[in-house]
Design a protein around this ligand. Structure first.
Ligand SMILES: O=P(O)(O)OC[C@H]1O[C@](O)(COP(=O)(O)O)[C@@H](O)[C@@H]1O
Ligand SMILES: [Mg+2]
Ligand SMILES: [Mg+2]
Length: 348
């Protein structure tokens, strides 16, 4: 049994290992990641006093320019994972799989610093990770080319006004908040339950002209509010850090979309399957929500390469299901009733 609010992440991990002894290595890895997160939190908290954390460096695996904080976080988390029972790491900030302890049982996919565009403006950033068993074989990527259902744990850290550590080991999703004085993560949100429906959506609406028909129709019907088929008004939020949007959805529901679109290189959206969408999907499902690529469950998706992207729609079950209806034609208003005349603001 998990201890009440205020109990430490360590206590929770002990309880999880008592429930299932096979989680001992996973728990040890989470402890190492949490210690590193406290260090990264301190650097983020110093802001510009820590130097130019947004200073630009090399290009990473995805072609994004690495910022100083991306590199600091990558190094600190790699250092942590070297001390854990981890054989392989797939990091956003490393082109190839990094080999650690040869005979160790686990593989970790990590986005050391999520929300990089927020660094320069002192806004929320985070870290995302997914842990899965090692698959031994010829292919050095083999451990990561398995469905998200093989994850033994997933989590993310939000470096915001408070630093939070959000984690699941397959037995519910919990939020631990950093007690800065004692340098301990303490339980603040036990066994979370995402409300099945809510009037809030998150999408980067500047991409409207690039979206496909179902996404345009879904968002347009949200915008039409009580005058449209949804018959209720919606609010919109976009933090530009997946971790912060995910934490909001966990706490008060809603739906997040980063779909594929017709910009060059964005057919599968922007987010990476192994260290962004699959861990978030595990956490969301463990809190009673849903996570799809628009139609299909993210956790069943299998990567073919370590930096593969995937579309992501997650949140309150009824909202995620509603998006699927626009994709498969079950939503009668999909493709008609435009906002402005015959041709909608967002429909081509
Ligand atoms: O700038 P956009 O297209 O709105 O994308 C924002 C999304 O990109 C990300 O910043 C991608 O993460 P990285 O910063 O790790 O590359 C997400 O956190 C966020 O949801
Ligand atoms: Mg990211
Ligand atoms: Mg990143």
């Amino acid at each position: 049994m998990t201890k009440p609010n205020g109990s430490s992440l360590d206590d929770h991990l002990d309880a999880e290992v008592a429930r299932d002894a096979s989680l001992a290595d996973t728990a040890a890895t989470i402890r190492a990641l949490a210690a590193a997160a406290i260090d990264v939190s301190e650097t983020v908290g110093r802001g510009s006093l820590a130097g130019d954390l947004a200073a630009q460096g090399e290009h990473n695996s995805d072609g994004d320019v690495q910022k100083a904080l991306d590199v600091i976080a990558h190094k600190r988390f790699m250092q942590a994972l070297e001390q854990a029972p981890v054989a392989q790491v797939a990091s956003e900030e490393a082109e190839d799989v990094v080999e650690l302890k040869r005979d160790a049982p686990l593989a970790v996919a990590i986005d050391p610093l999520d929300g990089s565009s927020n660094i320069a403006v002192g806004m929320v950033v985070g870290t995302i990770f997914g842990i899965r068993p090692v698959t031994r074989g010829e292919d050095p990527n083999a451990s990561f080319l398995t469905p998200g259902t093989t994850q033994t744990a997933a989590g993310f850290v939000v470096y915001g006004p408070a630093t939070t550590f959000v984690v699941t080991l397959g037995n519910g999703t919990r939020i631990f908040t950093l007690d800065r004085a004692e340098k301990v993560f303490r339980l603040t949100h036990d066994a979370m339950k995402i409300v099945p429906t809510a009037n809030e959506y998150a999408i980067n609406a500047s991409n409207v002209r690039h979206w496909d028909g179902p996404v345009k129709s879904f968002i347009e019907d949200c915008l039409r509010g009580t005058e449209g088929p949804r018959d209720r008004d919606f609010n919109m939020r976009w933090t530009a850090a997946l971790v912060a949007d995910a934490q909001r959805v966990l706490i008060r529901g809603g739906v997040f979309l980063y779909p594929g679109d017709n910009r060059k290189g964005y057919a599968q959206g922007r987010l990476r399957l192994l260290y962004e969408t699959a861990p978030i999907a595990f956490l969301i499902e463990q809190a009673g929500g849903a996570a799809t690529d628009g139609q299909h469950r993210i956790l069943e998706r299998v990567a073919t390469k370590i930096h593969e992207r995937s579309p992501l729609v997650f949140g309150s079950t009824e909202e995620v299901e509603c998006v699927a209806k626009y994709y498969d034609g079950r939503q009668p208003s999909a493709g008609r009733s435009p906002l402005f005349g015959q041709r909608g603001l967002m429909r081509s």
